[in-house]
Design a protein around this ligand. Structure first.
Ligand code: FUC
Length: 840
């Protein structure tokens, strides 16, 4: 029934298609014929720190506001219970003896009475970022409201859009013979959110501006209805009231605090009218009969000790001194300096002329425009989705901001699902998968800052919780590592991959020496100290107690259990991390004894295991998964985003293929991020057909009208934003076109047959290469590789080819029958471009 109604609506939309306005590139534009009815339909703008969700109402504009450092909770020095370490040691011993059930049954009480806890030892350097005492959650700044004067006539030709190329959200409509235009953007260079209201007739703009912040936590928890947030709601006092004081000369100040003793925030609003008059009212600013108006909004907090008032005032002063056009130009050129680095063309069909929500609906229902005969119904919707991920990264993560959390920087709830936090058993990692691949290295910075910020606390956790050197991060929070010990301790090891990847893609040795290697080494040291020899199984090195997020197995007692020895995810993290550290230390020419130690441990580490179904096992033992279709693909980390399972390990590669299929056959992929991970795995398996199916499913099942990724909840009837699926989707599409994790730059590793003709430009490959490819008839037509670091290049494709520099042939490919690939090796010069053409 639902589908029938939707189909009817769509049929109507198809029949009213108007030709796309000349010059509009619909693979770079989200657009709609109606304002956003809900937050999930609003369009995001951002500058990494400051976020806005633009609703685009005609009678009332709402811009949902965020500042990325508005978090509840605070650092708290919780005493460490030494029994935890003892528990861990005993559990490990039981696991080594094969007593899985006994290990899990053991608890702190069995170790002994709690006793007097020793005082906390602060880390030697850095902030006291310790386990948090209360609930840590990301919260909104509030909403900016513009209540427009009532109109006597109905509006026409309404359009709301987000231009990914300029980073500007717009609303246009006509009332009578007047055309109204509204533009909103968040400027990184000027650190200000800008709203511009214009009309082509004078004196038409009248509105009242105010700012508010939600106060009712309960309202929000009801909306999302999750377990742990329900518990939290009862312990959360209502936030202290906010104040919106309109002062003088168009200037107003919005102040508040997340909770007593918590983060304080400020926002300054400046309203500049051209023509008409400006009136200060109680708690509001009113503009009457203006020709045009510019609103500037700044926001800041004392999260890292700064004075938010001074920051807001200084930023506003600087922005106020510039005319609107200059602010817009600075924003657009800053945005485009990042956004225009990558181009993608997968072809287009008439479906691209529909508004974005209708395109999505057509995708869901698989409705075709009868004029379209191409095998892919709406290929440029994939292109739009790909670019949207890049847009969101530019808007959500810039140097100086916090990294993106579960909702990026966009959230309207005081109690967002999973507290909108940093969850590091997939989500925080996936958020940054496209950063290097899609040529947005700068946007990766906040992730590195965050790891450095956590380092002192992570060291203390390793020392006190495990008696180990190095550092450890469990489930993560904004204020510090969550616990001393925990069933999953691989976040630091996994996130260290980000640092290595930055180096691998950029070849920035200074970064490797100064920022990447020190963290990677400490993450590796933790494992060096916690690996133990298994007495029974060939003396392999193993660790435990471990846990495969968030799946459990059926024990011999027929019940569900989770503690086990060396889950595959941990093994994958260690193999990758040790391998990366070895390469890094060799590259830097340092730490030879440590490198040898890692090589030695790697050689003795337990191997990956293939289980009874031919699948890559999830645990060291072939334990039956309680949910074989679990959304987490933890054991596939060595395939993606790791690189220890590749076609060079053919049996494991096939076992990974079986494991992916097994997950899918049992229903995995029902959250956006899960489907996006499957997409990346499929690409790494060089299975273009499956990759395309995953991408299609991501858009069909896990995407909101504003193209935000979703995590379905409560039996599937509620979908919430979880942004990492957007980034996983963007990275996955890039992985279908270029891969470089094996050491060679592989062109078109997973091209589906439906994408017969297309091109891509600007994707990055490890070794310091930038790649452009054109293909036709499903085959590579030509490509270029630009070397940014002067490293030798190994280039791979499914067809034989030659490589030229100008007129000169520099290499011809050799056939590698084992991998059914053709590879050419050639030295490169920094800055030079090499043309690759298939051999005739
Ligand atoms: C992990 C996932 C959930 C969700 C949450 C934020 O715990 O298992 O599905 O994405 O993070």
């Amino acid at each position: 029934m639902k589908a029938a109604v939707a189909l009817a609506a769509l049929g109507c939309a198809l029949s009213t298609i108007q030709a796309a306005p000349v010059g509009v590139r619909h693979e770079l534009m989200l657009w709609y014929r109606q304002p956003a009815g809900r937050w999930e339909e609003a369009l995001p703008v951002g500058n990494g720190r400051l976020g806005g969700m633009v609703f685009g109402g005609v009678q009332r504009e709402r811009i949902g506001l965020n500042e990325s450092s508005i978090w509840t909770g605070k650092p708290a020095a919780k005493p460490f219970d030494p029994r935890e370490r003892e528990l861990l040691v005993r559990q490990r011993q039981l696991l080594l003896e094969g007593k899985l059930l006994e290990a899990e049954a053991l608890n702190l009480d069995a170790i002994g009475p709690k006793g007097e806890l020793p005082p906390r030892v602060q880390p030697e350097d850095g902030p006291p970022a310790f386990p948090n005492s209360g609930r840590v959650g990301y919260q909104p700044l509030g909403d900016l409201w513009l209540h427009f004067a009532p109109q006597t006539q109905v509006e026409r030709d309404y359009r709301r859009d987000l231009d990914l190329d300029s980073g500007v959200a717009s609303v246009t409509y006509r009332v009578g013979d007047a055309t109204f235009r509204r533009e909103v953007f968040a400027s990184f260079p000027d650190q200000v959110l800008v709203v511009r209201l214009q009309c082509d007739k004078p004196g038409q703009i009248s509105f009242v501006a105010t700012m508010t912040r939600p106060t009712d936590v309960k309202e929000h928890v009801d909306r999302y209805a999750t377990g742990s947030e329900f518990d939290a709601v009862n312990s959360m006092p209502p936030p202290p009231p906010t104040r919106f004081l309109s002062e003088k000369a168009g200037h107003a100040v919005f102040t508040g605090q997340v909770e007593q003793g918590g983060v304080r925030f400020r926002s300054h609003l400046f309203v500049q009218n051209e023509g008409g008059e400006l009136v200060h009212r109680d708690g509001a600013l009113e503009v009457r009969s203006a020709d045009a108006v510019t609103l500037l909004l700044t926001a800041a907090t004392d999260y890292r000790g700064a004075d938010p008032e001074a920051l807001c005032a200084a930023r506003l002063d600087a922005a106020r001194s510039q005319p609107f056009d200059r602010l817009r130009q600075a924003h657009v050129s800053d945005h485009q300096s990042l956004f225009r680095r990558v181009e993608l063309d997968l072809g287009r069909t008439n479906a691209a002329d529909l508004p974005t929500d209708k395109r999505l609906l057509a995708m869901m229902l698989d409705v075709r425009d009868p004029r379209d005969v191409k095998p892919e119904r709406d290929p440029s919707l994939f292109t739009l989705y790909f670019h949207y991920g890049r847009y969101l990264m530019i808007a959500g993560s810039r140097p100086g901001s916090l990294p993106m959390a579960l909702q990026g920087i966009w959230n309207d709830s005081l109690l967002p699902p999973w507290f909108g936090g940093f969850t590091s058993d997939i989500n925080q990692e996936m958020n940054y998968w496209p950063a290097e691949l899609c040529n947005l290295s700068e946007c990766h910075e906040p992730q590195f800052d965050f790891l450095e910020h956590l380092t002192p606390a992570a060291r203390v956790a390793a020392r006190d919780g495990y008696g180990a050197r190095g550092l450890v991060i469990h489930g993560m929070t904004v204020w510090g590592t969550k616990a001393y010990t925990g069933k999953w301790a691989d976040a630091a090891g996994w996130l260290a991959q980000d640092l290595w990847e930055r180096y691998a893609f950029t070849q920035d040795r200074e970064f490797l020496a100064r920022r990447a290697y020190p963290f990677m080494k400490e993450a590796a040291l933790f494992y060096v100290d916690t690996l133990v020899e298994h007495p029974g199984r060939n003396g392999w090195l193993v660790t435990g107690p471990g846990y495969s997020p968030e799946n459990v197995f059926i024990g011999t007692d027929g019940k569900k259990h989770e503690l086990a020895l060396l889950p595959t995810i941990t093994l994958g993290v260690i193999r990758d991390l040790f391998g990366n550290c070895i390469e890094a230390s060799r590259e830097l020419g340092i730490d030879e004894p440590f490198r040898r130690e890692l090589e030695n441990k790697l050689a003795r580490l337990a191997p990956y295991q293939v289980g009874r179904h031919g699948q890559l096992q999830e645990w060291l033992d072939d334990l039956p998964e309680a949910d074989p279709g679990h959304r987490h693909l933890s054991h596939l980390l060595p395939l993606h985003p790791g690189r220890s399972i590749t076609p060079a390990t053919p049996e494991l590669f096939e076992a990974a293929r079986v494991a992916v299929k097994r997950r899918i056959d049992h229903g995995s992929g029902w959250t956006g991020w899960s489907r996006a991970w499957l997409l990346n795995c499929a690409a790494r398996l060089r299975d273009g057909k499956l990759a395309r199916e995953c991408l299609t499913a991501l858009l069909r099942k896990c995407t909101m009208p504003n193209l935000f990724d979703t995590h379905p909840r409560r039996g599937g009837d509620i979908s919430i934003l979880q942004i990492e699926g957007n980034f996983g989707g963007t990275a996955g599409l890039a992985e279908m076109l270029v891969q470089s994790h094996t050491g060679a730059v592989h062109l078109l590793p997973a091209l589906p047959e439906q994408w017969a003709k297309g091109s891509v430009r600007g994707l990055k490959a490890r070794g310091g290469f930038e790649v452009a490819i054109e293909w036709d008839g499903g085959k590579l037509a030509n490509a270029t590789v630009t070397s940014t670091a002067g490293q030798p290049c190994a280039l791979q494709a499914a067809v034989p080819f030659e490589v030229r520099k100008g007129e000169q042939v520099v290499a011809r490919s050799q056939n590698d029958a084992t991998f059914k690939l053709h590879t050419a090796m050639f030295p490169t010069e920094r800055g030079a471009t090499y043309q690759m053409t298939p051999a005739r």
